[in-house]
Design a binder for this molecule. Structure first.
Ligand code: TYM
Length: 329
Protein backbone atom coordinates (compact mmCIF):
# COMPACT_ATOMS: atom_id res chain seq x y z
CA UNK A 1 0.00 0.00 0.00
CA UNK A 2 1.28 3.47 -0.90
CA UNK A 3 2.05 5.69 2.08
CA UNK A 4 0.01 8.86 2.50
CA UNK A 5 1.21 12.47 2.50
CA UNK A 6 -0.66 15.50 3.84
CA UNK A 7 0.34 19.13 3.96
CA UNK A 8 -1.27 22.55 4.14
CA UNK A 9 -0.68 26.20 3.34
CA UNK A 10 -2.40 29.29 4.74
CA UNK A 11 -4.14 31.70 2.41
CA UNK A 12 -2.48 34.74 3.93
CA UNK A 13 -0.94 37.27 1.57
CA UNK A 14 1.01 36.18 -1.44
CA UNK A 15 3.08 32.99 -1.40
CA UNK A 16 6.77 33.62 -0.85
CA UNK A 17 9.82 31.97 -2.35
CA UNK A 18 10.15 30.24 1.05
CA UNK A 19 6.72 28.66 0.60
CA UNK A 20 7.67 27.77 -2.97
CA UNK A 21 10.87 26.12 -1.77
CA UNK A 22 8.92 23.73 0.46
CA UNK A 23 5.85 23.31 -1.75
CA UNK A 24 7.79 22.53 -4.95
CA UNK A 25 8.40 19.05 -3.49
CA UNK A 26 4.67 18.37 -3.07
CA UNK A 27 3.80 17.37 -6.67
CA UNK A 28 6.87 15.12 -6.94
CA UNK A 29 5.87 13.16 -3.84
CA UNK A 30 2.81 11.91 -5.71
CA UNK A 31 5.02 9.60 -7.81
CA UNK A 32 5.12 7.15 -4.92
CA UNK A 33 2.65 8.46 -2.33
CA UNK A 34 -1.04 9.17 -2.02
CA UNK A 35 -1.06 12.98 -1.64
CA UNK A 36 -3.58 15.34 -0.04
CA UNK A 37 -2.93 19.09 0.01
CA UNK A 38 -5.06 21.67 1.73
CA UNK A 39 -5.52 25.44 1.76
CA UNK A 40 -5.95 25.95 5.51
CA UNK A 41 -8.35 28.88 5.56
CA UNK A 42 -9.53 28.15 9.13
CA UNK A 43 -5.97 28.51 10.37
CA UNK A 44 -5.65 31.88 8.70
CA UNK A 45 -8.34 33.66 10.76
CA UNK A 46 -6.28 33.82 13.95
CA UNK A 47 -5.46 37.29 12.65
CA UNK A 48 -8.33 39.60 11.69
CA UNK A 49 -9.09 39.23 7.97
CA UNK A 50 -11.28 41.30 5.70
CA UNK A 51 -13.98 38.91 4.39
CA UNK A 52 -13.38 39.79 0.73
CA UNK A 53 -9.63 39.40 1.16
CA UNK A 54 -10.00 35.97 2.78
CA UNK A 55 -12.24 34.79 -0.08
CA UNK A 56 -9.86 36.07 -2.78
CA UNK A 57 -6.71 34.79 -1.17
CA UNK A 58 -8.20 31.36 -0.57
CA UNK A 59 -9.06 31.10 -4.29
CA UNK A 60 -5.59 32.34 -5.23
CA UNK A 61 -3.74 29.91 -3.00
CA UNK A 62 -5.93 27.03 -4.20
CA UNK A 63 -5.03 28.04 -7.77
CA UNK A 64 -1.37 28.20 -6.70
CA UNK A 65 -1.49 24.55 -5.57
CA UNK A 66 -2.57 23.60 -9.08
CA UNK A 67 -0.07 25.98 -10.71
CA UNK A 68 2.73 24.29 -8.75
CA UNK A 69 1.83 21.01 -10.41
CA UNK A 70 -0.56 19.36 -7.97
CA UNK A 71 -2.77 17.26 -10.23
CA UNK A 72 -6.46 17.21 -9.25
CA UNK A 73 -6.96 13.90 -11.09
CA UNK A 74 -4.21 12.18 -9.13
CA UNK A 75 -3.86 14.12 -5.84
CA UNK A 76 -6.50 15.65 -3.57
CA UNK A 77 -6.25 19.45 -3.39
CA UNK A 78 -9.01 21.05 -1.31
CA UNK A 79 -10.00 23.88 1.01
CA UNK A 80 -10.08 23.12 4.73
CA UNK A 81 -13.36 24.82 5.66
CA UNK A 82 -15.16 22.73 2.99
CA UNK A 83 -14.60 19.64 5.14
CA UNK A 84 -16.23 20.19 8.56
CA UNK A 85 -14.56 17.09 10.02
CA UNK A 86 -11.41 19.19 10.64
CA UNK A 87 -13.13 21.36 13.25
CA UNK A 88 -14.89 18.35 14.76
CA UNK A 89 -11.74 16.29 15.22
CA UNK A 90 -9.98 19.35 16.59
CA UNK A 91 -12.31 19.37 19.62
CA UNK A 92 -11.70 15.69 20.32
CA UNK A 93 -7.94 16.07 20.01
CA UNK A 94 -8.00 19.24 22.09
CA UNK A 95 -9.15 17.08 24.99
CA UNK A 96 -5.93 15.09 24.53
CA UNK A 97 -3.59 18.07 24.32
CA UNK A 98 -2.02 19.67 27.35
CA UNK A 99 -2.12 23.39 28.07
CA UNK A 100 1.61 23.26 28.80
CA UNK A 101 2.35 21.71 25.40
CA UNK A 102 0.58 24.51 23.56
CA UNK A 103 2.24 27.13 25.76
CA UNK A 104 5.64 25.90 24.59
CA UNK A 105 4.96 26.36 20.87
CA UNK A 106 7.44 28.92 19.53
CA UNK A 107 5.03 30.08 16.82
CA UNK A 108 2.44 30.90 19.50
CA UNK A 109 5.03 32.85 21.46
CA UNK A 110 6.22 34.76 18.35
CA UNK A 111 2.76 35.50 17.04
CA UNK A 112 1.35 36.58 20.37
CA UNK A 113 4.26 38.99 20.72
CA UNK A 114 3.62 40.33 17.20
CA UNK A 115 -0.17 40.64 17.60
CA UNK A 116 -0.17 41.66 21.25
CA UNK A 117 -3.65 43.22 21.05
CA UNK A 118 -5.23 40.09 19.56
CA UNK A 119 -3.89 37.08 21.47
CA UNK A 120 -7.03 35.05 20.78
CA UNK A 121 -7.72 31.45 21.80
CA UNK A 122 -7.45 30.38 18.13
CA UNK A 123 -3.81 31.43 18.09
CA UNK A 124 -3.24 29.19 21.10
CA UNK A 125 -5.15 26.12 19.85
CA UNK A 126 -3.88 26.49 16.26
CA UNK A 127 -1.59 23.42 16.52
CA UNK A 128 -4.55 21.22 17.58
CA UNK A 129 -6.33 22.09 14.33
CA UNK A 130 -3.10 21.29 12.50
CA UNK A 131 -2.97 17.89 14.25
CA UNK A 132 -6.59 17.29 13.20
CA UNK A 133 -5.68 18.09 9.55
CA UNK A 134 -2.87 15.56 9.57
CA UNK A 135 -4.50 12.78 11.59
CA UNK A 136 -7.82 12.89 9.70
CA UNK A 137 -6.09 11.56 6.59
CA UNK A 138 -3.89 8.96 8.29
CA UNK A 139 -0.86 10.75 6.86
CA UNK A 140 2.47 8.96 7.26
CA UNK A 141 4.49 11.97 6.08
CA UNK A 142 4.02 15.72 6.38
CA UNK A 143 6.29 17.71 4.02
CA UNK A 144 6.90 21.12 5.63
CA UNK A 145 9.55 23.77 6.10
CA UNK A 146 11.72 23.84 9.21
CA UNK A 147 9.38 26.37 10.92
CA UNK A 148 6.60 23.76 11.08
CA UNK A 149 8.68 20.96 12.63
CA UNK A 150 7.49 21.66 16.17
CA UNK A 151 3.82 21.60 15.14
CA UNK A 152 4.17 18.29 13.31
CA UNK A 153 6.04 16.80 16.27
CA UNK A 154 3.20 17.91 18.54
CA UNK A 155 0.70 16.20 16.17
CA UNK A 156 2.75 13.07 16.58
CA UNK A 157 2.70 13.38 20.39
CA UNK A 158 -1.07 13.91 20.42
CA UNK A 159 -1.50 10.89 18.15
CA UNK A 160 0.67 8.67 20.37
CA UNK A 161 -1.24 9.80 23.46
CA UNK A 162 -4.57 9.08 21.77
CA UNK A 163 -3.44 5.64 20.58
CA UNK A 164 -2.01 4.93 24.04
CA UNK A 165 -5.49 5.42 25.49
CA UNK A 166 -7.69 3.82 22.85
CA UNK A 167 -5.52 1.40 20.80
CA UNK A 168 -4.06 1.88 17.34
CA UNK A 169 -6.74 4.21 16.01
CA UNK A 170 -4.67 6.90 14.27
CA UNK A 171 -1.62 6.74 12.01
CA UNK A 172 1.51 8.23 13.56
CA UNK A 173 2.84 10.99 11.25
CA UNK A 174 6.38 12.20 10.76
CA UNK A 175 7.68 15.46 9.35
CA UNK A 176 9.43 15.42 5.96
CA UNK A 177 11.88 18.32 5.93
CA UNK A 178 14.19 18.68 2.96
CA UNK A 179 17.68 20.14 3.20
CA UNK A 180 18.78 23.74 2.77
CA UNK A 181 15.56 24.91 1.10
CA UNK A 182 13.55 24.08 4.24
CA UNK A 183 14.45 27.47 5.67
CA UNK A 184 14.75 30.29 3.16
CA UNK A 185 15.86 33.45 4.93
CA UNK A 186 14.89 37.12 4.57
CA UNK A 187 16.88 39.05 1.94
CA UNK A 188 17.49 41.94 4.33
CA UNK A 189 17.81 40.10 7.68
CA UNK A 190 19.37 36.76 6.77
CA UNK A 191 19.12 35.58 10.38
CA UNK A 192 15.30 35.70 10.10
CA UNK A 193 12.99 33.43 8.09
CA UNK A 194 11.61 34.84 4.82
CA UNK A 195 8.02 35.56 5.73
CA UNK A 196 4.77 36.74 4.08
CA UNK A 197 4.15 39.15 6.91
CA UNK A 198 7.52 40.96 6.79
CA UNK A 199 6.68 44.70 6.65
CA UNK A 200 9.79 45.28 4.49
CA UNK A 201 8.77 44.42 0.89
CA UNK A 202 12.42 44.09 -0.17
CA UNK A 203 13.03 41.31 2.35
CA UNK A 204 10.67 38.86 0.67
CA UNK A 205 10.43 37.40 -2.83
CA UNK A 206 6.88 36.57 -3.85
CA UNK A 207 5.94 33.85 -6.32
CA UNK A 208 4.10 36.49 -8.35
CA UNK A 209 6.99 39.01 -8.47
CA UNK A 210 7.98 39.95 -12.02
CA UNK A 211 11.55 39.65 -13.31
CA UNK A 212 12.37 43.35 -12.72
CA UNK A 213 11.18 43.22 -9.12
CA UNK A 214 13.17 40.05 -8.49
CA UNK A 215 16.33 41.65 -9.96
CA UNK A 216 15.82 44.77 -7.84
CA UNK A 217 15.22 42.86 -4.60
CA UNK A 218 18.17 40.52 -5.09
CA UNK A 219 20.47 43.42 -6.00
CA UNK A 220 19.60 44.96 -2.61
CA UNK A 221 19.97 41.69 -0.67
CA UNK A 222 22.37 41.84 2.26
CA UNK A 223 25.73 40.07 1.70
CA UNK A 224 29.07 40.82 3.36
CA UNK A 225 32.35 42.45 2.52
CA UNK A 226 34.61 39.50 1.75
CA UNK A 227 33.41 38.99 -1.83
CA UNK A 228 33.61 35.17 -1.85
CA UNK A 229 30.67 32.99 -2.90
CA UNK A 230 31.01 30.32 -0.22
CA UNK A 231 28.32 28.32 1.63
CA UNK A 232 28.81 29.24 5.29
CA UNK A 233 25.48 29.85 7.05
CA UNK A 234 27.15 30.96 10.26
CA UNK A 235 29.66 33.52 9.01
CA UNK A 236 28.12 34.42 5.62
CA UNK A 237 24.34 34.06 6.12
CA UNK A 238 23.37 36.50 3.34
CA UNK A 239 25.54 34.81 0.70
CA UNK A 240 24.52 31.33 1.91
CA UNK A 241 20.86 32.35 1.52
CA UNK A 242 21.41 33.63 -2.03
CA UNK A 243 23.21 30.36 -2.80
CA UNK A 244 20.16 28.55 -1.42
CA UNK A 245 17.89 30.52 -3.78
CA UNK A 246 20.15 29.57 -6.69
CA UNK A 247 20.27 25.93 -5.54
CA UNK A 248 16.44 25.78 -5.33
CA UNK A 249 16.06 27.37 -8.77
CA UNK A 250 18.68 25.33 -10.62
CA UNK A 251 19.08 22.14 -8.53
CA UNK A 252 22.86 22.72 -8.63
CA UNK A 253 24.71 21.48 -5.53
CA UNK A 254 26.48 24.05 -3.34
CA UNK A 255 30.00 22.88 -4.32
CA UNK A 256 29.22 23.44 -8.00
CA UNK A 257 27.79 26.91 -7.23
CA UNK A 258 31.00 27.83 -5.37
CA UNK A 259 33.09 26.75 -8.35
CA UNK A 260 30.85 28.53 -10.86
CA UNK A 261 31.23 31.89 -9.10
CA UNK A 262 34.80 31.51 -7.82
CA UNK A 263 36.50 34.93 -8.06
CA UNK A 264 33.63 36.54 -10.02
CA UNK A 265 32.28 38.84 -7.28
CA UNK A 266 28.81 39.45 -5.89
CA UNK A 267 27.54 41.57 -8.83
CA UNK A 268 27.77 38.68 -11.30
CA UNK A 269 26.54 36.20 -8.69
CA UNK A 270 23.47 38.27 -7.75
CA UNK A 271 22.53 38.80 -11.41
CA UNK A 272 22.68 35.03 -12.01
CA UNK A 273 20.61 34.30 -8.88
CA UNK A 274 17.95 36.80 -9.97
CA UNK A 275 17.73 35.31 -13.49
CA UNK A 276 17.51 31.77 -12.13
CA UNK A 277 14.78 32.69 -9.63
CA UNK A 278 12.81 34.57 -12.30
CA UNK A 279 13.14 31.65 -14.77
CA UNK A 280 11.85 29.34 -12.10
CA UNK A 281 8.88 31.50 -11.02
CA UNK A 282 7.68 32.87 -14.39
CA UNK A 283 5.95 29.66 -15.54
CA UNK A 284 4.31 29.25 -12.12
CA UNK A 285 2.93 32.81 -12.33
CA UNK A 286 1.63 32.15 -15.85
CA UNK A 287 -0.14 28.93 -14.84
CA UNK A 288 -1.56 30.68 -11.77
CA UNK A 289 -3.13 33.35 -13.98
CA UNK A 290 -4.57 30.68 -16.28
CA UNK A 291 -6.24 28.88 -13.36
CA UNK A 292 -7.52 32.16 -11.91
CA UNK A 293 -9.02 33.21 -15.23
CA UNK A 294 -11.47 30.26 -15.21
CA UNK A 295 -13.48 30.70 -11.99
CA UNK A 296 -16.00 27.97 -12.85
CA UNK A 297 -13.27 25.37 -13.38
CA UNK A 298 -11.50 26.39 -10.18
CA UNK A 299 -14.72 26.11 -8.16
CA UNK A 300 -15.47 22.70 -9.68
CA UNK A 301 -11.98 21.45 -8.79
CA UNK A 302 -12.31 22.76 -5.22
CA UNK A 303 -15.69 21.02 -4.84
CA UNK A 304 -14.32 17.75 -6.23
CA UNK A 305 -11.29 17.93 -3.90
CA UNK A 306 -13.55 18.53 -0.89
CA UNK A 307 -15.77 15.57 -1.80
CA UNK A 308 -12.80 13.22 -2.08
CA UNK A 309 -11.23 14.55 1.14
CA UNK A 310 -14.56 14.30 3.00
CA UNK A 311 -15.01 10.64 2.13
CA UNK A 312 -11.76 9.86 3.92
CA UNK A 313 -12.14 12.35 6.76
CA UNK A 314 -15.59 11.13 7.76
CA UNK A 315 -14.30 7.56 8.10
CA UNK A 316 -11.47 8.60 10.43
CA UNK A 317 -13.82 10.70 12.51
CA UNK A 318 -16.18 7.72 12.89
CA UNK A 319 -13.24 5.61 14.05
CA UNK A 320 -12.29 8.22 16.64
CA UNK A 321 -15.86 8.61 17.96
CA UNK A 322 -16.22 4.85 18.23
CA UNK A 323 -12.87 4.37 19.92
CA UNK A 324 -13.70 7.03 22.51
CA UNK A 325 -17.08 5.47 23.29
CA UNK A 326 -19.55 7.95 21.85
CA UNK A 327 -23.05 6.50 21.71
CA UNK A 328 -24.26 5.95 18.13
CA UNK A 329 -27.65 4.69 17.00
P1 TYM B 1 2.46 28.33 5.96
O1 TYM B 1 1.22 28.71 5.23
O2 TYM B 1 3.12 29.38 6.80
O3 TYM B 1 3.56 27.81 4.94
C1 TYM B 1 3.32 26.78 3.99
C2 TYM B 1 4.58 25.93 3.88
O4 TYM B 1 5.70 26.75 3.51
C3 TYM B 1 6.77 26.53 4.43
N1 TYM B 1 7.57 27.77 4.57
C4 TYM B 1 8.88 27.85 4.31
N2 TYM B 1 9.76 26.93 3.84
C5 TYM B 1 11.04 27.34 3.67
N3 TYM B 1 11.47 28.61 3.94
C6 TYM B 1 10.61 29.55 4.41
N4 TYM B 1 11.03 30.79 4.64
C7 TYM B 1 9.25 29.18 4.60
N5 TYM B 1 8.15 29.86 5.02
C8 TYM B 1 7.13 28.97 5.00
C9 TYM B 1 6.10 26.16 5.73
O5 TYM B 1 6.97 25.45 6.59
C10 TYM B 1 4.94 25.29 5.24
O6 TYM B 1 5.36 23.96 5.05
N6 TYM B 1 0.77 25.81 9.97
C11 TYM B 1 1.11 25.70 8.56
C12 TYM B 1 -0.07 25.25 7.70
C13 TYM B 1 -0.71 23.98 8.12
C14 TYM B 1 -0.19 22.68 7.93
C15 TYM B 1 -1.20 21.78 8.40
C16 TYM B 1 1.00 22.18 7.42
C17 TYM B 1 -1.95 23.84 8.69
N7 TYM B 1 -2.24 22.53 8.86
C18 TYM B 1 -1.00 20.43 8.39
C19 TYM B 1 1.18 20.80 7.41
C20 TYM B 1 0.19 19.94 7.88
C21 TYM B 1 1.54 27.06 8.04
O7 TYM B 1 1.19 28.08 8.61
O8 TYM B 1 2.21 27.03 6.84
Amino acid sequence: MRKRVFSGVQPTGRLTFGNYSTMRHWPKLADDHDCIYCVVDLHSVTITRKPEELRNETRKVFAALLALGIDPDRDIPFIQSHVPAHSELMWLLGCHTMFGELSRMTQFKDKSARHATNVNVGLFTYPVLQAADILLYDAHFVPVGEDQRQHVELSRDICLRFNGRYGDVLTVPEPLIKGAGARVMSLSEPSEKMSKSDPNENATLFVTDGRDTIVKKIKRAVTDSDGAVRYDTENKPGVANLMTLYHISTDKPFGEIEREFDGRGYGVFKAAVAEAVADCLTPVGQRLNEYLSDAAQLDALARRGAEKASERAVKTLERVYNAMGFYKC
